[in-house]
Ligand binder design. Structure first.
Ligand SMILES: [Zn+2]
Length: 407
């Protein structure tokens, strides 16, 4: 049951790429109140739509789809004036997010992953709404939003290409507009080097199979910022609930988190760009990051390094530059010798890999990277789960939104 209309971002024409651009907004208090109200309604609609699908399935064993749910919108609008005030395409987009969440769920069931059932979005995590086709226009420094009004945009750079969608997003430090833009694909030269394996690790952020490349060091922003975050967290918990001072402390804490998040993302972009510039085919482990985080005492390091996001950015950048990314099965990549293939027992604490058969002595991460590269090369094209994109977190932003280039 693959229905193209469920896809979140608009389909890209041949010879074009989708890019997204993010700009800070300067909304008036009146506009902010409308933004907030719309987010609340969108979140409520999202949850209601999830509930309806669950009930239909559990009680009547039938599935309710995007088209059916859209058909119910006029009825809802007739009953609820506040819902009727929201642009109809924005409401439809909420239902599309629900549809996407369920499509992803069923896809994962089919692929025998352990799927998480589509969840309800809490108002604090539901932070964006989208005009998927029309209802918005950018004129000079003003963004006109249908049924909302005029909002000033901090347009640091003009947009080239055709704007397809416009999302309004709330972050800890204010409101943003994210535009998905269709741009003509540029001709790209092949990379100077053919192939590389990338092993993400704890000691270093990542190690490459290329002997000439130094490991990518882990910046550990989060660790450094940790004491700072703890302090901010304590300030929140010692303030009286519901008080103005507590609200202020919460805002401060959120801002600090946001700063770390952005630093990490910038780091990921920078390193992804370097990889894509240098190598034509990039092999990475097909890591089930969420599973790893749950099971490991290393969880903090893993989340800090944010490998999932990094790989998503590598895939995104590779696509843009005409490179390929191959995800390989990670089992035994750290145990198998990259010279003779012999499987040696090594523990997580072993830093230097010694092969008992051929005598190879090599850093464990370098060995892992080489093994990943070999496995990726051996995989007949296609079987190595060549990748499009990670699953989007649907109640929140889309892939494209989360990869937006901030201007
Ligand atoms: Zn060996």
């Amino acid at each position: 049951m693959s229905d193209k209309s469920h896809q979140f971002s608009p389909a890209t024409r041949e010879g074009f790429v989708m890019k997204s651009y993010k700009y800070k907004l300067k909304p008036s208090a009146k506009i902010i109140a409308i933004f907030e109200a719309w987010l609340a309604i969108c979140c409520e609609l999202y949850n209601a739509a999830v509930q309806e699908r669950r009930d239909a399935y559990r009680i009547a064993c039938k599935s309710v789809g995007f088209v059916e749910q859209c058909a119910e919108l006029p009825e809802v609008k007739a009953e609820r004036q506040d819902v009727a005030r929201v642009h109809s395409q924005v409401l439809q987009n909420v239902l599309r997010r629900v549809a996407l969440a369920f499509d992803n769920f069923f896809r994962r069931v089919k692929e025998c992953h352990k799927p998480g059932y589509p969840r309800f979005g809490s108002r604090s995590r539901y932070n964006s709404f989208t005009y998927p086709q029309s209802g918005f226009s950018l004129k000079g420094k003003n963004l006109h939003l249908s049924k909302i009004g005029k909002v000033k945009v901090h347009l640091s750079r003009p947009i080239e290409g055709e704007i397809k969608t416009c999302a309004i997003k709330s972050e800890a430090d204010g409101w943003y507009a994210i535009f998905a833009v269709e741009e003509p694909k540029k001709e790209v030269a092949p990379a100077p080097r053919e192939s590389v394996g990338v092993d993400v690790g704890i000691e270093s952020f990542a190690t490459l199979s290329d002997d000439e490349a130094a490991p990518i060091e882990n910046p550990q922003y989060f660790r450094r910022a940790e004491s700072d975050l703890k302090k901010a967290q304590r300030r929140v918990s010692c303030r009286v609930k519901g008080s103005k001072r507590r609200k202020k402390a919460v805002r401060l804490l959120a801002k600090k988190h946001l700063k770390v998040k952005r630093q990490r993302r910038d780091f990921h972009f920078k390193e992804a760009r370097k990889l894509v510039n240098r190598y034509q085919s990039i092999k990475v482990e097909d890591l089930n990051i969420s599973g790893m985080v749950k099971n490991h005492h290393l969880a903090k390091n893993i989340s800090d390094a944010g490998w999932g996001q990094f790989i998503m950015i590598v895939v995104f950048k590779a696509e843009e530059a005409g490179r390929t990314v191959i995800k390989v099965n990670p089992s035994y990549t750290s145990q198998e010798c990259s010279r003779c293939g012999h499987r040696n027992q090594i523990t997580l604490a072993t830093r230097i890999y010694r092969c008992s058969r051929c005598g190879l002595v090599i850093h464990r991460d370098r060995n892992g990277a080489k093994r990943i590269e070999q496995k990726g090369r051996a995989a007949p094209s296609g079987s190595g789960r060549s990748v499009a994109c990670e699953e989007p977190r649907t109640s929140q932003a889309t892939d494209l939104e989360s990869l937006a280039i901030t201007r």
